[in-house]
Ligand binder design. Structure first.
Ligand SMILES: O=C(O)COP(=O)(O)O
Ligand SMILES: [Mg+2]
Length: 223
């Protein structure tokens, strides 16, 4: 049977220099089981990606803070903490580091994304004072509750879809994929993955970025 998929975006479905690798579009559109996009990006991004791939809106966004599956949305993240951290970053003279319009956080409903140019020790002090942790995806620092992650997001998504998380094949690249890998039955880190993701995965692909994804799809697709 074709397994359901849970797919990270940045560093996984992308090319080495960023942007979705268009070669993933057709295999995902034609995948004969649920395709769940699981990302640290804010809610609209994975929804748009589903729309543009041409698959139903099944997303774990904001590192599990928001889950949307087939018109059922679950919000478990804490936007009050994110707002406090934003204010304290402003007071410290940093802001989120994404410019005035800040498209990274503008439509975010729960956690906070901070540009990696921000000094990590100072960000961690602000996060800790607000009972939050900082997770480095290699693309951004995410200030979030320790109890919210892509793993609890996958459990929520699978419950709505009425499928066993152990039937899911997850693919990712970063520290924010560790809990996703723990909950999924089968976890693959792409070859460019950070150590945290490699260590939590069942295996590491031979190929990097979207080539790693295409490798896993070929491996798990029934003959
Ligand atoms: O938003 C990020 O920092 C990384 O996003 P990702 O979880 O899709 O890799
Ligand atoms: Mg990633």
């Amino acid at each position: 049977m074709t397994p359901p998929l849970a797919l990270d975006i940045d560093g996984t479905l992308t090319r080495p220099d960023g942007g979705i690798d268009p070669r993933v579009f057709d295999p995902l559109r034609e995948w004969d089981a649920p395709v769940i996009i699981a990302t640290g990006k804010s809610f609209p991004y994975p929804v748009a990606l589903c729309e543009f791939i041409g698959v139903p809106e099944r997303v774990i966004a904001e590192n599990g803070g928001v889950v949307l599956v087939d018109d059922e949305a679950t919000i478990v993240g804490d936007d009050a903490a994110a707002r406090r951290v934003t204010e304290e970053l402003d007071e410290a003279g940093y802001g989120t580091g994404w410019g005035d319009v800040d498209t990274h956080n503008r439509w975010r409903e729960t956690e906070l994304s901070v540009n990696r140019t921000t000094p990590l020790d100072e960000l961690e002090d602000i996060a800790t004072a607000n009972d939050q942790i900082v997770v480095d995806t290699g693309y951004a620092y995410h200030v979030k509750s320790a109890t919210v992650n892509k793993g609890i997001g996958l459990e929520a998504a699978c419950s709505t879809l009425n499928i066993d998380p152990k039937s899911v094949v997850a693919i990712g690249d970063s520290a924010n994929d560790v809990e996703l890998f723990e909950v999924a039955g089968h976890a693959a880190a792409v070859a460019n993955a950070a150590d945290e993701a490699r260590n939590a995965a069942d295996y590491v692909t031979e190929n990097e970025y979207a080539d790693g994804v295409l490798e896993v799809l070929a491996d798990v697709r029934p003959a």
